[in-house]
Design a protein around this ligand. Structure first.
Ligand SMILES: [Zn+2]
Length: 404
């Protein structure tokens, strides 16, 4: 009765006994509403990111080829080696070189009198560990490939030898956040591959300062896929490899290579504007350093006290070329940053003011600033630019090519 009364009073609420036609209409309306809700949810959900594709690329010049193995200098001091799956030590390749010793370790590796010593046992000038499961650990960190211990005039050197593509999986994973867009991982993989090609050719090996490398623990889906999708892809300039530098955050403009490194000028590394790295936590930073600690950092340059600091040569992109100390001594700005501590003085793009016994540095960006800006690449990818557009922006005038 209550419903009936409501209907008679002209309530807008259409309740009460319904005809078959009304029930059909309500059913259809509910279906339409349900469909709309599903469409709305689907439109909001980003879905699984599509995997970028790599079109056929022009071949790199015949003289440019990837090394079969890359050599990475992991340590230059006594170290502990473990090989959980077992392994064998040889003077060279297992074929033609008898087993020097075998097992799973742990081995204390050191050098004495030009020979490698393994738990005190002399193995000669060079001994290489070939793990049964292609993994070993050095000082607690797990790596793929082999470990070569080399004793020489400079003492012990421990090299990780492995395929470039396996190495790059860890490098890209060590350089970027795993959750970043795949196009950033692809651009980073190409840049790192080209950098390793150039460095291995010019120096014979890479160090942990050349490219970040944390071994197996840095591997994950996006870095792996970024390397796999771009397998053998590099960039060259005028048909030649070049040092394809990259860094975390440029702060608005990348640096000319000649300002930071003792390298010849090259058009792709002349510096470009970057409006995409503002989300980086290091886009703006401040740090206070005492005059005493700066003087200690510069002591090998004959500087005892620091009274004034003045960045010079800021043009054209805002980074200092040198720092004038006490109005008398010019210190290369990059060397100044490295001496003081690159984690504290995040870049050479700063202003500095003296405040009592301290100096306040207010700067932008993180890293040397040359080449690809990783946070900028992230920003570009978020705006829809693909890995090739990212590379073309930070390395203008270069060619993207395929190495055999
Ligand atoms: Zn940037």
């Amino acid at each position: 009765m209550r419903f009936w009364r409501l209907r008679r009073q002209g309530s807008p609420c259409p309740v009460g006994p319904r005809t078959a036609g009304q029930r059909v209409c309500i059913g259809l309306a509910l279906l339409v509403m349900l469909g709309g809700a599903v469409a709305l949810i689907l439109s909001c959900y980003p879905g699984r990111p599509s995997v970028p594709t790599v079109p056929p690329l022009p071949p790199a010049p015949p003289a440019v080829s990837m090394p079969a193995q890359v050599k990475v200098l992991l340590a230059q001091a006594e170290a502990t080696v473990l090989c959980a799956g077992g392994g064998t030590w040889h003077a060279g390749a297992p074929e033609g070189n008898p087993v020097l010793t075998s097992g799973s370790g742990p081995w204390e590796v050191r050098a004495e009198g030009g020979e490698v010593l393994l738990n005190g046992e002399r193995l000669g000038a060079r001994a290489v560990l070939y793990p049964n499961r292609e993994r070993f650990s050095l000082n607690g960190r797990v790596y793929r490939g082999q470990l070569a211990a080399v004793a020489g005039d400079g003492g012990l050197r421990l090299f990780n030898e492995l395929s470039p593509e396996l190495y790059l999986r860890s490098v890209v994973g060590s350089e970027l956040y795993a959750g970043w867009p795949l196009d950033v991982h692809m651009a980073q993989a190409v840049a790192a591959r080209a950098y390793l090609l150039y460095t291995q050719q010019s120096k014979g090996y890479l160090t942990l300062l050349d490219l970040a490398y944390r071994g197996v623990e840095a591997e994950s889906r996006n870095p792996d896929l970024g390397v796999e999708l771009t397998q053998g892809v590099i960039i060259t300039y005028n048909g030649r490899p070049f040092p394809v530098y990259f860094h975390s955050t440029c702060g608005g403009h990348t640096a000319p290579v000649t300002k930071v490194f003792n390298d010849p000028p090259i058009a792709p590394l002349a510096g470009v504007r970057c409006d995409w790295c503002r989300q980086s936590t290091a886009y703006r930073w401040r740090v206070r350093l005492s005059a005493t600690e700066i003087a200690q950092a510069l002591s090998d340059r004959g500087i005892r006290r620091v009274r004034t600091l003045e960045p010079l040569g800021m043009e054209p992109e805002g980074r200092a070329r040198t720092i004038l100390v006490n109005g008398a001594v010019e210190v290369d700005a990059n060397a100044f940053r490295l001496a003081v501590g690159p984690g504290r003085l995040k870049s050479t793009r700063f202003e500095v003011t003296a405040q009592g016994d301290e100096f306040l540095f207010e700067g932008t960006g993180y890293g040397h600033g040359v080449g690809l800006c990783q946070w900028g690449a992230w920003g570009l990818a978020r705006e829809g630019y693909d890995w090739r557009a990212i590379l073309a922006h930070y390395y203008p005038g270069t060619a993207i090519e395929q190495v055999d």
